[in-house]
Design a protein around this ligand. Sequence first.
Ligand SMILES: C[S@@+](CC[C@H](N)C(=O)[O-])C[C@H]1O[C@@H](n2cnc3c(N)ncnc32)[C@H](O)[C@@H]1O
Length: 289
Amino acid sequence: MSVPAEQWSFYGKSELNDEQFNRWRALLEDRTGMQLSFERKSFLETSLNIRMREIGCADYDIYYDKLMSGLSGEVEWATLVDRLTVQETSFFRHPGSYELVVDYCRKLYEDEGRKDIELWSVGCATGEEAYSLAMVLDELVSEQSRKCYYGITATDISLPALAKARDGVYAARRLERLDKHYVDQYFETAEPGRSRVIKRLKERVCFARINVLDLRAAPMQNVDVVFCQNLLIYFQSWRKKDIVTQLADRLVPGGIMVLGVGEVIDWKRPDLERIQFKDTLAYRKRNQL
Ligand SMILES: C[S@@+](CC[C@H](N)C(=O)[O-])C[C@H]1O[C@@H](n2cnc3c(N)ncnc32)[C@H](O)[C@@H]1O
């Protein structure tokens, strides 16, 4: 049933019955890995209702069937997934993790004579994490006496989030807690109250859509730093382990994987060792067993 927009005021937010809730919850977990607890039912209802209003659909089941139908369903899913995933993020969200990256990359450039470093921000949301990595790497590169490079691949499931990340324009309040020297060096005014990441930094970051449930299709290889934070918290334990195992496969020998503190417990593999660095959760791939 399609409802003209002007009639929407007659329709309040309707409740999902248990069967419907379970169906939507299963769809979300199946396609994104995210688990939705019963406490978040109201969030699901609100998000679905907002989207259904936008497209003039008043029935959860009809909307569900629409999502299942071919190419148009896939296009609709690309919009909906953005509304259902948590995209909270900030610059330098977990400072200790960035200190570890700097410490490790400095050693690569200065002790091992490396010229190039490859980093991967997994679940980058609107780009703050990737640009934070770019800022610390840019500073590090500028301190080197010889020409050094770095490249960051930043991936997420949400196309709207990636579009914002590529744009690299942020409201002034998002920069409030960022050190002033980063703001001065790496941002320019886009319009009053909004700042844009400078071109030189943007050029070091490549944003792409990758679902972590589909990592086998991801082209990344021999990555020096895998940075994955605040994504796996929403996943079941077996899935987390499966994903970090696949992320670790993409590390170059000697490379590091920096996760969110407490996000994966009771997981190890023989070719990885835990790194003890401040309050971080990180692993290093051994050079050889
Ligand atoms: C809470 S944000 C974390 C952002 C950033 N890593 C940080 O720590 O600030 C989680 C991000 O993971 C993304 N995400 C959720 N499920 C995903 C999946 N299956 N594959 C890739 N990204 C996913 C969401 O779109 C969201 O942008």
